[in-house]
Unconditional design. Structure first.
Length: 636
């Protein structure tokens, strides 16, 4: 019998085999199920491992993008850091970053990175048909708009193959090349992901760059305003500038500006004179008066060595090397003139040129001083205009109505409490009123922003004190008022701005303004926050004394309030009416049923107009002061 003829029963069934092994069918099925489950878990684990590795790669890529952003380094340096990330994905000689121009929608070259020392050279293709000749590649300065372009695409720029990668928001475009070979799927995905990751960082950098640019314009404008103001209003600065320019222009060796102040001649500007000559000239009232009489004709005089008038001058003025002296009247009337010393005259032509220039200087100075006098007479008008603008800024929001007037009134109260002079009180009151006038140099959108500023916005807002000081210098010409405005955000611990002044380095007027602004910031609410109760606002002043605020000023302010609170006149009522204590314009108050009434507290009358000037009776400091005072008296 052949093996083909073996009966079927000779072959054991699966069941018989399991039985001979001592296993039941159910058990075998269970074991097989576990084996399949284990296999599936193994496959899942492998896939999860791949996902974990992919997640790790993506996480590392995101971390590098975040770490590469350094706003303080400027836009171009950050773009170069972005290009370095692309270098880790694609090898190419040149990487260039383009930014979209908002007006044309095209792209402008902002940064270029070269991968090798032999940068800018296209690598050979090794086709074997001809010897390779290196070809220079220079990224173009601009690119056309790329609306609807894919995130990653291959293109040719002339004969140069390139990769173009868009950032996630379309604000930027990276060109990589020359690129040869095939773009792998993994590389494409990495480039797309990198473009997406860079998008938010790029948007933040664009905003930072925009704000920085605005800040630079504001600073430059402020510097220009200060310079123009000094020339336009302050004679000393004008004469210093003119003396310096004239000494160089006319070929003089030195010069000075002389001014009669009261009964004494002074020399506020001295250029190029030796120390001994300076001291003797400042003390020689007779010679300074002699020059003034010489110029009584209102013109100019040129004194040469060998002339009688030259010889009548003291030796310290006509010593060795001095060949000529020129004196020029600077304005209308006596008592102000320039003196120039010439160690070398040169030929007749050079001397005539110098004399022509002196004549022009004389004419221009007379014109300029006349204009300065007119501007001084207009300074009172400018004060009214600036106050009107400050009030306009206040009225842009119901929460700041009456702000500038309150600033000024509290400034007068504190200054008097500290025993300052009448002139100081007047200047501090005006500076307090105009303390926020520099906001005119900041964008209105930023000024009216609700909520917290970003770091970049805060840096721009900080410039308002410098701009405000420049505006005051340019228009009113009061240097003391400008200084109070300039430094009113300094801190006692030296951590303020713009100059990090500390303690007594900060002008008293600025310290007073800082206390009042802090107080008003606490008792005045905003749309996004309620004001602090009156007693808590005073507590914050005391808490900030010594670090942010001047303790002497804080105590003077609180002392005045406490004295007012002890006045029996206010025992059963508020310290003042709402319209009075808030400096609310009559236009708002006239329709209020409590206006000009002194027999009732404003919050006790229904239908009052508190909400129209940003107040709520529940949180208004007029009421919270009264409530706290009343409760304190009951406890006592």
């Amino acid at each position: 019998m052949s093996w083909l003829e073996i009966p079927a029963r000779s072959l054991p069934t699966i069941g018989e085999r399991l039985a001979s092994a001592g296993l039941k069918l159910e058990m075998a099925i269970l074991v097989a199920g576990f084996a399949i489950f284990a296999l599936l878990m193994l496959i899942w684990a492998v896939r999860q491992g791949k996902k974990a590795r992919l997640f790790g790669i993506r996480f590392e890529r995101a971390r590098k993008v975040i770490q590469s952003v350094r706003p303080e380094r400027g836009l171009e340096n950050n773009l170069e850091a972005f290009l370095e990330l692309y270098e880790q994905v694609i090898e190419a000689p040149v990487y260039s970053f383009y930014m979209q121009d908002e007006r044309s929608r095209g792209f402008v070259l902002k940064a270029v990175r070269h991968r090798t020392g032999d940068f800018g050279k296209i690598r050979p293709s090794y086709s074997g048909l001809a010897g390779y000749k290196k070809e220079d590649y220079h990224p173009p300065l601009s690119l056309p708009a790329a609306e609807g372009a894919p995130a990653v695409r291959l293109l040719d720029e002339g004969e140069v193959p390139l990769l173009a990668v868009m950032t996630g928001d379309g604000k930027g475009q990276v060109r990589i090349g020359p690129f040869s070979g095939k773009l792998k799927r993994r590389q494409r995905l990495a480039l797309e992901e990198l473009g997406t990751l860079i998008g938010p960082g790029l948007a933040a950098l664009i905003d930072t760059e925009r704000l920085t640019s605005q800040a630079e314009v504001v600073v430059a404008s402020g510097q220009a305003l200060r310079q123009i103001n000094r020339i336009a209003i302050h004679p000393d600065h004008t004469m210093e500038l003119m003396t310096r320019l004239s000494v160089k222009t006319i070929g003089a060796s030195s010069g000075c500006y002389v001014e009669l102040r009261g009964s004494e001649y002074r020399t506020p500007v001295l250029i190029g004179l030796a120390g001994r000559t300076e001291r003797m000239l400042q003390a020689d009232q007779a010679t300074l008066e002699w020059f003034d009489r010489l110029l009584s004709d209102g013109g100019y005089h040129y004194l040469r060595r060998g002339e009688e008038r030259f010889g009548s001058l003291p030796e310290y003025m006509t010593g060795k090397g001095v060949e000529a002296i020129a004196a020029v009247m600077t304005g209308q009337g006596s008592g102000r003139y320039l003196v120039f010393w010439f160690n070398r005259i040169g030929g007749e032509e050079q001397e005539q040129t110098a004399l022509s220039t002196i004549r022009l200087i004389h004419h221009d100075l007379r014109t300029l001083t006349g204009l300065q006098l007119s501007l001084k007479q207009l300074s009172g008008t400018y004060t009214g205009i600036l106050k009107g603008l400050a009030q306009l800024l206040d009225n842009l929001s119901p929460y700041t109505i009456g702000y500038s007037e309150l600033m000024s009134r509290y400034a007068i109260i504190i200054a008097k409490e500290l025993g300052l002079s009448g002139k100081e009180i007047t200047d501090i009151a005006l500076a307090a009123y105009l303390s926020n006038i520099g906001m005119l140099g900041i964008t209105i959108d930023l000024y009216q922003k609700e909520g917290k500023y970003t770091d970049q916005e805060f840096e721009l807002m900080k410039l308002h004190s410098e701009v405000g000081a420049s505006i005051v210098r340019m228009t009113i010409g009061n240097e003391q008022v400008a200084e109070y405005i300039l430094y009113h955000h300094e801190r006692m611990d030296g951590n303020g701005y713009p100059a990090n002044l500390k303690g007594d380095e900060i002008p008293m007027g600025s310290r007073i303004i800082a206390v009042i602004q802090t107080f008003l910031a606490k008792i005045n609410g905003r749309k996004y926050r309620d004001p602090l109760p009156f007693h808590q606002a005073l507590h914050t002043l005391r808490a900030a004394a010594g670090t942010q605020l001047d303790p002497q000023v804080v105590e003077a302010f609180i002392r005045w309030f406490e004295r007012k609170q002890r006045n029996p006149q206010f025992q059963a009522r508020s310290l003042g009416s709402c319209w009075e204590m808030g400096c609310v314009p009559s236009d708002i108050c006239e329709s209020c049923p409590v206006y000009r009434r002194t027999d009732v507290n404003c919050w006790e009358v229904e239908g009052n107009n508190c909400s129209s000037h940003g107040k709520s009776c529940e949180t208004c400091f007029v009421r919270t002061e009264y409530v706290y005072r009343s409760e304190s008296l009951k406890r006592a």
